[in-house]
Design a protein around this ligand. Structure first.
Ligand SMILES: *[C@@H]1O[C@H](CO)[C@@H](O)[C@H](O)[C@H]1NC(C)=O
Length: 391
């Protein structure tokens, strides 16, 4: 084989297209030339500079966005470990992961639903669910801080395997654990969970975590990120402007100080956010292919969560779903209430609809995009690109 070809193969990323045929996508260059852009970057414009025109091309654009997010923001998601084994007894699923001569184990608890028939759909809850899980869906309780500590960088079972200096921040560690739970469910029919109908949820920092998990794990059928604010629903660029305008909000600059959630490399970019070749609307867009459901649940009454940023960022993300012909796979619901991580009944209809459609196979209507925020909604202020008609 010609040496240049070997190099090409070594650096290409394989992705699976909707047809299940693996497609080789080019890897991102070692140094990315990106002209600082104060608006939300065009998700349809790859680094090549030629806007995509076909739905198929989203597979490689998605891969490019993932690689960019790993490099700039989150740190790298390791490939599937060489061995994952599981055992199930008395509602506890024990998962053992081995890689590179190291191994670790963790357990999740499974609460089966009181009605329906096995194998059941399930929702993996970071910590514990902050929203009502219906009695037709199992709850899998995941202690994500054991996998990557919320306090103390490089601590937790993820780092026991990959080393404390691994580039991944806690958010990737948590998502990696979700992937291992699904690996385990796939090999453990005794657990009575259908691995093709698994959702994920979390609130606040775990709301960001739930958003990230489904963005990087295509086997998640539905994500229900709750009150994650900036880094979950919201975009870093808009958060910076809210802060500049005088309202305290969680910004990229603030988030890298003290918190373990992001890669250390993110620190290089948090004061020059417009030079980042993406924003979080492009993380929402990762759910558009292969198509999965995502309902962003936000709270308009808490300024720190950045309600206008959440709205505008999600509006930008939903344009990718629109272009892919699946606009109603992404929902946005922001409601004012004083209890952070409480779940108001006003948001129950959309929660029921999304769980119904994406976990219970019902034909429910999921066309939801709403806020009770009184802020100005000027889309052109953030979005200077149009929705292409992809063929
Ligand atoms: C910041 O203030 C300007 C000027 O009033 C306004 O146009 C803009 O929408 C505000 N930005 C955000 C994100 O609220």
């Amino acid at each position: 084989m010609a040496p240049f070809l070997a190099i090409l193969l070594a650096t290409a990323y394989l992705v699976t297209a909707q047809t299940s045929t693996p497609v080789a996508c080019p890897s991102i260059p070692a140094s990315v030339n990106y002209v600082a852009n104060p608006k939300l970057p065009d998700p349809f414009l790859p680094l090549s500079g030629t806007r995509i025109t076909k739905k198929d091309q989203w597979a490689c654009r998605k891969e490019e966005i993932k690689q960019l997010m790993y490099r700039y923001e989150f740190g790298v998601m390791p490939p599937k470990p060489s061995s994952v084994t599981a055992s199930f007894s008395s509602n506890s699923l024990k998962i053992t992961v081995s890689e590179g001569g190291k191994s670790t184990s963790f357990s999740v608890s499974i609460k089966l639903p009181s009605s329906g028939t096995a194998p059941y759909p399930a929702i993996i809850a970071y910590g514990a669910p902050s929203l009502p899980v219906p009695n037709t869906v199992a709850t899998i309780t995941y202690q994500n801080f054991d996998i990557a500590a919320d306090n103390g960088r490089g601590q937790g079972k993820f780092y026991d395997i990959y080393g404390k200096d691994h580039s991944a921040g806690a958010m990737i560690g948590w998502a990696w654990g979700v992937s291992r739970i699904i690996d385990a469910l796939e090999k453990t029919p005794d657990a009575k969970i259908d691995p093709k109908r698994v959702g994920v949820t979390g609130c606040s920092r775990n709301g960001k975590g739930a958003m990230v998990a489904g963005a990087f794990e295509d086997r998640i059928a539905l994500s229900l990120p709750q009150e994650g604010g900036q880094g979950g629903a919201g975009c870093w660029r808009i958060a910076d402007e809210i802060q500049k305008n005088g309202t305290t909000v969680e910004t990229a600059h603030q988030i890298v100080n003290g918190d373990t959630w992001y890669s250390n490399d993110f620190k290089k970019y948090v004061d020059v956010v417009p030079t980042i070749p993406f924003d979080n609307h492009m993380m929402h867009a990762l759910y558009a292919y292969p198509p999965r459901g995502v309902l962003i649940i936000e709270n308009t009454a808490i300024d720190y969560l950045g309600p206008p940023s959440n709205y505008h960022c999600a509006a930008a993300g939903s344009k990718v779903f629109e272009a892919m012909g699946i606009k109603d796979y992404m929902g946005f619901s922001s409601n004012s209430h004083s209890n952070h991580c409480g779940f108001p009944s006003a948001q129950q209809p959309e929660l029921t609809a999304f769980i119904g459609r994406f976990l219970l196979g019902k034909d429910s209507k999921t066309d939801v995009f709403k806020t009770d925020g009184k802020f100005t909604i000027d889309e052109k202020r953030w979005i200077d690109w149009s929705v292409p008609s992809l063929t």
